[in-house]
Design a protein around this ligand. Structure first.
Ligand SMILES: O=C(O)CCC(=O)C(=O)O
Ligand SMILES: [Fe+2]
Length: 510
């Protein structure tokens, strides 16, 4: 029902007055949020800035209200922690006050969860401030942008992109740097929150109290060293696991070519399952490719999902947020592995990620002679007759390295194969399976294609990397749609590193 209401709200001619609802008050910030996004999409920066500002204020107001409710609602005395518990009256009193603080902290999650949805929008308030300062800047309100950015910097004081942007704003302002202060409500919000977090982490360290921090911006020094050590050890264990599992299965020699590699063990079975499920959920959420004929063959259907689309679906609560994040992380995992394998001296950036499933159309496979994906080169237009490869648009000429991360093997056909420049002489074949990563240079030494998928559904993550910074997949809110920044931020947590820049490059597409 909630989804329907949101759908009606987006329909032409429908106004807010058409929705008289008692719960509407609690949803006010979501209405502002959605209309701010709409103004942003139509580049109406004045209106966008106005709506984002109202949204920030409404979010702060509702958070305050929610926090007050924690005090009003009596806190339940924590249950005895089992028969061996030695909890005395002091421990109980401490636990009671910690519960109150934890309740207050949980308001962040509550306010950031759309009604009817299961997961909260991560980094909700900071991301609104980010949208706001950009809208203000684009609307020409530089002083406003400075004030907002300074408020944002209270959350992430050393964020390079924000500091660069602040510098840019100061330069635009021409020297008047100190007059714009931070928003006082944000200062209060942060200082209250930090005080609570300190006590809650103390409780976690010393009183066995459990607390899940709802924020990504919490400074590291608020978390006690001992807890950080535990987290670090867990992370290292994870990293080791990832490295240990990966093996080099085929190199240039076995693959009979240049700059080709097959690595195995890049994903676990569980991860493959999660991404396959994400593809299914995205398809049933009405992704554009659902049930579409493949662009390459009439005998197969083709579904495609980009990271950006996955994030949007996650925000709408239609797919799992952590699965959308995993999609992004897998690109990064492949990048690190291939960068290290090919020892490329320059940087390597993800340019485009596409989760693609190809399904055989049952009953339409008899006597089939074509391919699932005809032989091609990824960064130039191959002309097999002359063996020329034209590095010009519409080829994706900025692609330097291609990779395909396979997710399953329960289908027939669907082998990747490499050929000579004649597009006929097959030089190597690769059979997909879960966690298998094929990497190869995107140029004319590596023409390749995919044999017909004659039964079942073959899913893979296609990735392209570029050495040109300009073409990296910025997914920054400066050019692309909302909220991808949330994904990036959360996926880079807990280091809090926010690898975004303000220079944006051309967007890749398939
Ligand atoms: O899925 C594959 O194995 C290869 C796909 C491919 O070559 C492409 O999308 O450019
Ligand atoms: Fe390709």
């Amino acid at each position: 029902m909630r989804n329907n209401i949101e759908k009606y709200r987006r329909m032409e001619g429908v106004t807010e007055e058409d929705f008289q609802d008692r719960e509407l008050e609690n949803e006010k910030h979501w209405m502002l949020y959605d209309s701010a996004l709409q103004y942003e999409a139509s580049s109406d920066w004045v209106q966008a800035a106005e709506k984002w500002k109202a949204c920030v204020n409404e979010t702060l107001r509702q958070t305050d209200e929610c926090r007050v409710q924690c005090e009003v609602a009596s806190q339940r005395l924590p249950e005895d922690r089992g028969v061996d518990s030695v909890d005395g009256v002091y421990e109980k009193a401490a636990a009671l006050s910690l519960s109150l603080l934890s309740c207050r902290q949980s308001c962040v999650t509550q306010i950031a969860t759309r009604p009817g949805r299961i997961s909260a929008q991560e980094d909700f308030l900071p991301s609104q401030l980010e949208h706001l300062h950009i809208a203000q800047f684009k609307a020409g309100d530089i002083s406003g942008a400075v004030q907002t950015l300074r408020s944002l910097l209270l959350f992430y004081p050393s964020d390079k992109d924000s500091l660069n942007n602040l510098q840019l704003y100061y330069e635009t302002l021409g020297g008047d740097t100190e007059s714009q202060d931070t928003q006082p409500e944000v200062v209060t919000y942060i200082s209250h929150s930090l005080e609570e977090k300190k006590l809650l982490y103390f409780g976690m360290e010393n009183l066995d109290f459990s607390f899940i921090d709802p924020d990504l911006w919490t400074p590291e020094d608020v978390v006690p060293e001992s807890l950080r050590d535990i987290w670090r050890a867990e992370k290292e264990k994870m990293n080791e696991k990832m490295k240990v599992g990966v093996t080099i299965t085929m190199d240039d020699e076995v693959l009979n070519g240049t700059n080709r590699v097959v690595l195995d063990g890049v994903m676990t079975e569980k991860e493959c399952g999660r991404i396959l499920q994400l593809a299914t959920a995205a398809a049933s959420a009405g992704d554009g490719y659902r049930g579409r004929r493949s662009p390459h063959t009439p005998h197969e259907t083709f579904e495609g999902l980009t990271v950006l689309r996955a994030v949007k679906l996650a925000q709408e609560g239609l797919v799992n947020q952590s699965d959308a994040r995993l999609l992004h992380e897998l690109g990064e995992r492949a990048r690190v592995l291939l960068h290290s394998y090919f020892r490329s001296p320059s940087g390597l950036f993800i340019s485009f990620t596409h989760l693609v499933c190809r399904s055989a159309i049952a009953g339409d496979q008899e006597g089939r002679l074509d391919l699932s994906h005809p032989v091609h080169v990824d960064n130039c237009l191959l002309e097999p007759e002359t063996k020329q490869c034209w590095r010009e648009p519409p080829a994706f000429i900025h692609r330097d390295l291609s990779a395909i991360l396979y997710l399953n093997d329960n289908f027939d056909g669907g082998q990747l194969f490499f050929t000579n420049r004649d597009a006929k002489t097959v030089t190597a074949r690769v059979k997909p399976s879960c966690g298998r990563l094929v990497g190869f240079s995107s140029g004319p030494v590596n023409p390749h294609g995919v044999t017909a998928v004659t039964s079942g559904r073959r899913c893979a993550l296609a990735l392209w990397f570029t050495k040109e910074k300009l073409y990296r997949d910025m997914v920054s809110i400066m050019t692309s749609a909302d909220s991808t920044v949330i994904l990036l931020r959360s996926s880079l947590s807990p280091e809090r590193s926010r690898g975004r820049g303000r220079v944006t490059g051309g967007r890749d597409e398939l």
